[in-house]
Design a binder for this molecule. Structure first.
Ligand SMILES: NC(=O)c1ccc[n+]([C@@H]2O[C@H](COP(=O)([O-])OP(=O)(O)OC[C@H]3O[C@@H](n4cnc5c(N)ncnc54)[C@H](O)[C@@H]3O)[C@@H](O)[C@H]2O)c1
Length: 434
């Protein structure tokens, strides 16, 4: 099939590359000229495990190309995917300006039947708005389909190639057929393509992300209780996770959720609910708990130094909002950095993939190390903010030499408390005995 993907960021690039991988001819469109030039030259613009190999293969096979010129791709494409930003507006609602701008352009460019597939996370009713915007300029036949994306950064290629489910919102039989054909290679193991109406599909995405964010905030509140009651959140997690109704996944407490999706999607659903006079109480609490949790580790650090960290120097391991990505949007590490700097501390950070993005955002307000061990030089303590695999089994002898204080604040509960104690560390983590 001939496909255009408009917006070539984390979702668009993975979507376009994976559709090309199953034999489709894909053109990815973006307004960011520098990004398109890089991609067209075979340079990948995001860190996503497994992506580069298939990206290069499909460029070589001429199934994947990149352009800034939307007008040049519309005629050929049967399906046009929108993978555009939907950032929070001033009131918390998803800002649809990027999606509707492109819809406006499409209305001017379309000459015949197309399926416009919305992969961006958008509020209920957006498909209607996209349809109305296109109709202003194009009076022919077309369909607008909702096809929310559930990939997780860090495992995006696997998630896209073998999705747990594909959700498609449409009432059009013609669009349904095309979408079934397109996704058939991705669900050969029998995972469902769930067809539904557009509104249910749009809401499904928000419900999924909000539910996951709720799990995280719930476990973070349990961790707070554990600290006050002398219980161990790891034990409680195992105790409840083995109940099939609860499940083992997504039960880790830590320093709160971040990333480009959960914070904005929870906020947007609260806002959408209020627009129909519904007060989404649980989700408001989810947000409040997360805001507190993002700074919980900083509170512990301050408490350790009796409230005064002015002049202290910290090594910070991990900047990305989660492992295996270079994405720092809403990363808890950034909140921790801001709070520590505001309190007069200094920081040297290390992250395997996200340093470039942080350098662009924070410049020289913090120092950057070449390795996790170099970050420890002259530090008063180590802070862990992202659970990269390489931080999980470090060389403790080397750490001891570089960090004589043996003081570790771990926001991701990477190590066994008893082991750290037996090695003589002062180890402060989340929801566990100190
Ligand atoms: N990142 C994720 O893990 C994830 C997962 C599921 C859903 N989503 C949703 O997918 C959407 C895209 O997210 P993302 O993380 O890929 O965003 P992103 O910011 O990484 O990428 C968006 C891209 O769109 C481009 N763009 C903006 N305006 C354009 C225009 N008029 N024409 C062409 N390109 C334009 C930008 O230059 C950018 O490259 C959002 O709605 C997000 O909520 C994201």
């Amino acid at each position: 099939m001939k496909i255009a993907v408009v917006g070539t960021g984390y979702v668009g690039l993975v979507t376009g590359t994976c559709f090309a991988e199953t034999g489709n001819k894909v053109v990815c469109v973006d307004i960011d000229q520098a990004k398109v030039e890089k991609l067209a030259a075979g340079q990948i613009t995001i860190y996503e495990p497994g992506l580069e190999k298939i990206f290069l293969r499909n460029i070589k096979e001429a199934r994947l190309r990149f352009t800034t010129d939307l007008a040049s791709v519309v005629d050929e494409a049967e399906l046009i995917f929108l993978a555009l930003p939907t950032p929070p507006g001033a009131d918390g609602a998803a800002d649809l300006k990027y999606v509707l701008e492109v819809a406006e352009q499409l209305g001017n460019l379309m000459k015949g039947y197309k399926v416009i597939v919305n992969k961006s996370t958008v509020p209920v009713g957006t498909a209607d708005k996209v349809r109305a915007t296109i109709t202003k300029n194009f009076k022919g036949e077309f369909d607008v389909v909702s096809n929310p994306e559930f990939l997780r950064e860090g495992v995006a290629v696997d998630d896209f190639m073998k999705p747990d489910r594909v959700v498609v919102g449409t009432n059009s039989e013609r669009a349904r057929k095309l979408m079934s054909e397109l996704y058939a290679p991705f669900v050969r193991q029998g995972n469902p393509v769930l067809f539904m109406d557009e509104r249910s599909s749009e809401l499904t995405k928000y419900a999924a992300n909000s539910f996951l964010a709720m799990k995280i905030s719930f476990m973070n509140e349990i961790a707070q209780l554990c600290e006050k009651m002398g219980a161990d959140v790891d034990m409680v997690r195992r105790g409840i996770g083995s109940d099939e109704r609860i499940g083992k996944r997504f039960l880790f407490s830590g320093i709160g959720y971040g990333g480009s999706c959960f914070p904005k999607d929870v906020q947007a659903l609260v806002r959408s609910a209020s627009e129909v006079d519904y007060d989404f109480k649980i989700l408001k609490a989810v947000e409040q708990v997360n805001a507190v949790q993002k700074l919980h580790l900083v509170e512990k650090i301050k408490a350790h130094y009796n409230g005064n960290i002015r002049g202290k120097h910290f090594a910070l391991w991990g900047l990305a909002f989660k492992p295996n990505t270079d994405d720092i949007r809403e990363a808890p590490a950034l909140s921790i950095i801001a709070a520590l700097l505001a309190a007069g501390a200094t920081i040297t950070a290390y992250d395997p993939e996200a340093m470039q993005a942080v350098k662009q955002a924070l410049g020289d307000t913090i120092g950057y190390a070449q390795s996790q061990y170099q970050a420890l030089e002259a530090a008063d303590a180590l802070i862990i903010a992202t659970e990269w695999s390489e931080f999980r089994t470090p060389d403790f002898e080397r750490i001891e030499k570089l960090l004589p204080s043996k003081l570790v604040f771990d926001g991701r509960n990477l190590f066994e408390v008893s082991k750290m104690r037996s090695m003589g560390y002062c180890y402060i983590s989340i929801g566990r005995p100190q």
